[in-house]
Design a protein around this ligand. Sequence first.
Ligand SMILES: [Zn+2]
Ligand SMILES: [Zn+2]
Length: 72
Amino acid sequence: MLNITVDVPEINVMINTKIFKCSSCDYECKRKSKLLDHMLVHSDTKLLKCTECTYESNYKSNLKVHTHVKTP
Ligand SMILES: [Zn+2]
Ligand SMILES: [Zn+2]
């Protein structure tokens, strides 16, 4: 008698992995919190502007990194 066992690949794991997609662009991520964070990019409400140039960012951290290095 032949005993055949079929291994089911763990495809389900990949299918069950929820991917959150941004409705305004192609951005994708696996965490909802990350997507919400990203959504700020498409929002004008929290736009932070550099006081020395026209640079704009929705992230405070980005604005912090963006600094004007003044050469002496
Ligand atoms: Zn987006
Ligand atoms: Zn600037």
